[in-house]
Design a protein around this ligand. Sequence first.
Ligand SMILES: [Fe+2]
Ligand SMILES: [Fe+2]
Length: 440
Amino acid sequence: MAQVDLTYINQLKKGDTIANDIYFNDILLVKKGTIVNNSLLRNLESWGIANLHTKHDKRTVKHKEKIFYSKELFDLKELFYESLQYVVSEARYGLILNSDAQLAWIEHLFISSLLDARISASLFSLKKKDPYSYFHSFDVFLLGALLARDSGIKDIKSFAIGCLIYDIGKLKINKELLQKDGTLSKTEYEEIQKHTLYGLDVLKEINLPSKYEELVKSHHERLDGTGYPEGVTGESLSEEVRLLAVVDTYSALTLQRPYRRTPFSSLKAIELLLSKENKYDIKYVINLMELINIYPKGSLVKLSNGKRARVKEVNENQPYFPILEDIDSSEVFELPLNLSTSIVRFLEWSHIVDVKPDEDISKKEIYWNYFITEFINGNVDEAMTYFPMITEGMLSNNIFIDVIIRLIKEVETKRIEGQLSIGEEHDALLNVKDILKHVI
Ligand SMILES: [Fe+2]
Ligand SMILES: [Fe+2]
């Protein structure tokens, strides 16, 4: 007979056998009978598990390592496409996900985020408890990550994970209350609001780092101090949480919710956000409009041919193909379906004026910065997710000079400026051969 012992995590050895199933909120994290290996040791530690039961019986120890988490239990790719189908429609996303490069980038980000079992376990619990809350979080993740990337937010991966789990406090709210149809009483509303603070408890329980705390706690705060839980004002809110507030509101207004009234059209939601500049950071509302290419009637916009036009009419089913009026010639026209001419910038609407400098900020330069940062950090796979975006429209003959030579030169400059040591420069340059594989 095998002997079952209570073993503290720091006494656990490779080859021990887990005696009982380990769950987090109904999700099986580790199956009983799993043999302890190095990665399981690391994960148990990161989940904050202090002790567990192990079996000590040489006959039961088989030297076959099991995959212990989501990869085997759930097919993440399938989940990504299931979720995509639920949330994405052209009326809400415009044409952004029609591009293979964008889709590949966001799929990679989703799967790599969920390989952390603490993230996947929390999300599966949320999906099981209240599917709408899960799909809403997925929606916020998609739009949030794309918008953060275009807005130059530094740590995209952490922000994207934050977008997946910012509402995780809903795990501690009663299911009937979460799904209640109709008006909430004052007490019920106060309880719902507590999901921001409950979220902090969940972060601690699953041992996630404190960098996610602000997104979880403060995403319902508003610039004018009318939000919750603390009613703080704009000065104390980071760029990341301001961006999240915009995307969270857009998603909540426009995503179809089971058994609830018809949601807002994306156009109405954008108009509402624009009209609340005292509550939402307007630069992220503008960036969101430019991301999904949806501009309300009356907007002044800049076209890819350099002209300026006024939006005359918007069809709610195809808001990204508005009817426009040329400012100089007063000619009224529709955007061509092949988008040979497109809107590249929002300039103004009502009294809202975009404060970005007049020259177009090159998205390619923003993508280039992410590319080189990931590359220097040794994350070649992550760097390569930006490759299609930085080489889009480039002749293949030019890729060598415009990407490879530029990369080598910039790495050298960073070493000269003291941002990289000689050793780090050497390691980075060794990775150039991995990039070359995609060029030659
Ligand atoms: Fe929330
Ligand atoms: Fe939310």
